[in-house]
Design a protein around this ligand. Structure first.
Ligand code: NAP
Length: 297
């Protein structure tokens, strides 16, 4: 397949491009950065992609968006988080309308933040959206991607959990206190963390690209979500560091504001759709996933 990836230079995109190329697919990356390479082109992310460039892709993967973490969500930052996703996805769906021939499938990123906090309850693709900031971003983002469905394009909305990988993502921040022997749970540690190893993240997108039966929302999380306490223990073990420190919830809230509130709540997400479709996880269990990440380093 000839596949376009927006935001393909990022943490997920780099792993995905590698995985797709290894399987014999051709990958082209749309990036805001200037470049003169054959396998990427410059796109400012809110304007239409010219028809001659957009035509002839078999598939499009949309990963572009302003980072959500780390740092506080100021009013300005929230605007950028929302606008970068909505505008890029709108421009992409419009560009697909003008393409001739059109791609057969659009895989567009979303996040498990769609569901909002759910305590110990299990969350599946059937669970309705919440109404907080992140859920609103996900709903608006997904709505733009779904416009491509009206053009006869199969649309898959990957609701992504916390992606774990060696060189970036949330894990890069999480390991810092552990390295200083100060690691441990945050708040009461009972909040659920729906994680996924980056290889499975790329694996699920590849599976959705190659299997026509997959469409609509798809949870991209491992089948074994863990509490924050369980995750901290597993991380300490993988790093050979203690994990008995606890950062009080109030410290997280005062230092990170609304983003901190998100870290103190969570979702216990199940990837029901890909499991039913037959996707086999390489890393279903968190200890094994973390060991694999730190052994590779
Ligand atoms: N990683 C996770 O744990 C996780 C969890 C849930 C959802 N997601 C979602 O999955 C997508 C990919 O995640 P990722 O971890 O690979 O993100 P990432 O490393 O931050 O990469 C996203 C890419 O989007 C582009 N980008 C950054 N700011 C932008 C802006 N203001 N406007 C338009 N494009 C911008 C950048 O590409 P260029 O600089 O090349 O243009 C960047 O490489 C994101 O939309 C993210 O929200 C990720």
């Amino acid at each position: 397949m000839r596949i376009l990836i927006t935001g393909g230079s990022g943490f997920i995109g780099r792993a995905l491009s590698g995985e797709l190329k290894n399987s014999g697919h051709e990958v082209i990356i749309a990036t805001r950065r200037r470049n003169d390479s054959n396998d990427r082109f410059t796109w400012d992310s809110h304007e239409l992609i010219p028809q001659d460039i957009m035509s002839g892709f078999d598939a499009v993967v949309n990963l572009a968006g302003e980072p959500v973490a780390p740092g506080r969500w100021t009013k300005e930052r929230k605007k950028r988080i929302l606008a970068s996703r909505v505008n890029a996805t709108r421009a992409l769906a419009e560009s697909i309308r003008n393409a001739n021939p059109k791609p057969k499938v659009l895989i567009s990123a979303s996040a498990v933040g769609y569901y909002g906090p759910h305590g110990d309850e299990y969350v599946t693709e059937e669970t309705p959206p919440a109404s907080d900031f992140l859920a609103g971003v996900c709903r608006a983002w997904e709505a733009e991607a779904l416009k491509a469905e009206e053009l006869g394009v199969r649309v898959v909305l990957v609701r992504i959990g916390g992606v774990l990988g060696a060189d970036g993502g949330a894990l890069a921040q999480m390991v810092i206190p552990f390295k200083f022997f100060l690691g441990g749970q945050i708040g009461n540690g009972k909040q659920w963390f729906s994680w996924i190893h980056r290889d499975d993240m790329a694996g699920i997108i590849k599976y959705a690209l190659e299997n026509e039966s997959v469409s609509g929302p798809v949870n991209a999380t491992a089948p074994g979500p863990v509490t924050n306490r369980e995750f901290s223990r597993a991380l300490g073990k993988a790093l050979h560091r203690p994990s008995f420190f606890a950062v009080p919830g109030i410290v997280i809230k005062l230092s990170l504001g609304e983003l901190g509130g998100m870290l103190l709540t969570g979702q216990r997400v199940l990837p029901e759709k890909v499991l039913n479709a037959g996707y086999k996880f390489k890393y279903p269990e968190v200890g094994e996933a973390l060991r694999a990440i730190f052994e590779k380093k």
